[in-house]
Design a protein around this ligand. Structure first.
Ligand code: SF4
Length: 417
């Protein structure tokens, strides 16, 4: 906690914390945003996994039908502000398990395409249990081009610690591979109880052999409100595991595309968070714009009520100071292993070297970054320290924010110090 506060104070040059208030705007000002992405949250699951921190509830057909209508209305409320159709990079469906609403995806996409032109594809998260031929067929006909399969591990011992079972995921990945999606991401968790380095590396090998174009390897994080009976491995073990993932992927010719992501060369990326601006629809969905960050309510009832009253379902808004916005951009750029000074200047309006010259000098001299053709690239050493910080911020910020939001539909404010 102290570490995250000190870094925040140092980088924002201010004692001011990140303060989310319950004020919300009637309209969102996003027309001028560059490289805008879209996100839709589908909060339904058939089973609830013990480790999961995301906003979700048990699937109910009637509730899902009401939710779809509210989603369409929210998209209309936001999109109809545009004077002309706006180009956006990509659209991602996350959850929950969005495939539970597979018959509604086309309608939701059509509604978005009334206002937006999606240029870089449509992605969806899939639970292995949802994969079968009819589902893949409806995803393809809805226009989905990228999938991310939440495998977590192929090993039953590791899955048991997550309250999951391997119900033939290998065969399901073969079905996915046959469908020729542009990007197939496989999510794996590392630092699980009973997981050895050998088990982890054989999971990675298997994922690529079964057709993954990318793997995302997240460390096991014990959210305070999750029902984990296990504690995460000590950081020293995690460090060793992350290093061996990186070494192994290098050996087999994969590219590190983010701190926790490795991909086949020359393939597209599945990445729903590393964008400079996005609009989020549905419960718990976040929206990031040039000067504001807002989060929708986590309560499905609260969401339906707001929409019924023609109001945006925002529960909290953060109005960034310039330096807070700069830090947010740098944080996610570093996650993608690259900080591009020209992009920084476009977004923040000031040169990176003027605002963060000292930090860049320090990071270069500590071996965290190297400069290649005017771009700062994270080294393996930098990636490890980023991984360490990301976990610290997840615990200090995201855990707090999500914990309050899941209990209180419209909190008065949340202060992240
Ligand atoms: S991990 Fe996926 S399937 Fe499990 S509860 Fe979370 S969102 Fe639902």
């Amino acid at each position: 906690m102290l570490l995250t506060s000190l870094i925040r104070i140092f980088l924002t040059r201010s004692l001011r914390p990140f303060e989310f208030k319950n004020t919300y705007r009637k309209f969102l000002d996003f027309e001028a945003e560059q490289e805008l992405g879209l996100y839709v949250h589908i909060p339904f699951c058939r089973k609830i996994c013990t480790f999961c921190p995301y906003c979700k509830t048990y699937y109910d057909k009637d509730l899902a039908a009401k939710y779809k209508l509210a989603l369409l209305r929210e998209i209309e409320m936001v999109g109809s502000r545009l004077k002309t159709k706006k180009e956006v990079t990509s659209l991602y469906f996350g959850g929950g398990t969005p495939a539970l609403m597979k018959d509604s995806l086309k309608e939701i996409i059509d509604c978005l395409e009334k206002y937006f032109i999606i240029t870089q594809g449509i992605g969806i998260e899939l639970h292995p249990d949802d994969i079968d031929e009819p589902t893949i067929k409806s995803l393809k006909s809805a226009g989905i081009t990228m999938v991310s399969v939440g495998v977590q591990s192929f090993n039953q011992k590791c899955l048991s610690s997550l309250g999951r079972e391997n119900t033939g995921v290998e065969e399901k990945l073969k079905l996915v591979a046959q469908a020729n999606f542009n990007v197939v991401d496989v999510d794996l968790i590392f630092a699980l109880p009973k997981q050895t380095e050998e088990l982890l590396l054989s999971d990675i090998e298997k994922a690529f052999l079964l057709g993954a174009t990318q793997i995302s390897t997240y460390p096991f994080i014990d959210f305070t409100f999750a029902n984990n009976t296990y504690k995460p491995m000590p950081e020293k073990e995690k460090k060793k595991m992350l290093q061996s993932i990186s070494d192994y992927c290098k050996r087999i010719g994969k590219e590190r595309t983010a701190v926790w992501t490795f991909a086949q060369k020359n393939t597209g990326r599945y990445s729903s968070v590393t964008r400079d601006s996005f609009l989020g629809f549905g419960v718990s969905a976040a929206t990031l714009l040039s000067r504001e960050f807002k989060i929708n309510t986590f309560s499905i009832d609260g969401y339906l009520n707001r929409i019924k009253n023609n109001l945006l379902p925002t529960s909290l808004t953060l109005d960034f100071t310039l330096r807070q916005r700069a830090v947010y951009h740098l944080f996610w750029s570093a996650y993608s292993m690259q900080i591009i000074p020209t992009r920084f200047q476009e977004l923040i309006g000031r040169p990176l070297s003027k605002m963060y010259g000292l930090e860049l000098w320090l990071a270069e001299n500590l071996g965290f970054i190297t400069k290649q053709n005017d771009t700062y690239c994270l080294t393996d050493r930098g990636a490890y320290y980023y991984h360490y910080l990301e976990q610290a911020y997840t615990t200090a910020y995201i855990d707090k924010m999500w914990n309050i939001s899941r209990i209180t539909p419209f909190p008065e404010k949340i202060v992240l110090k």
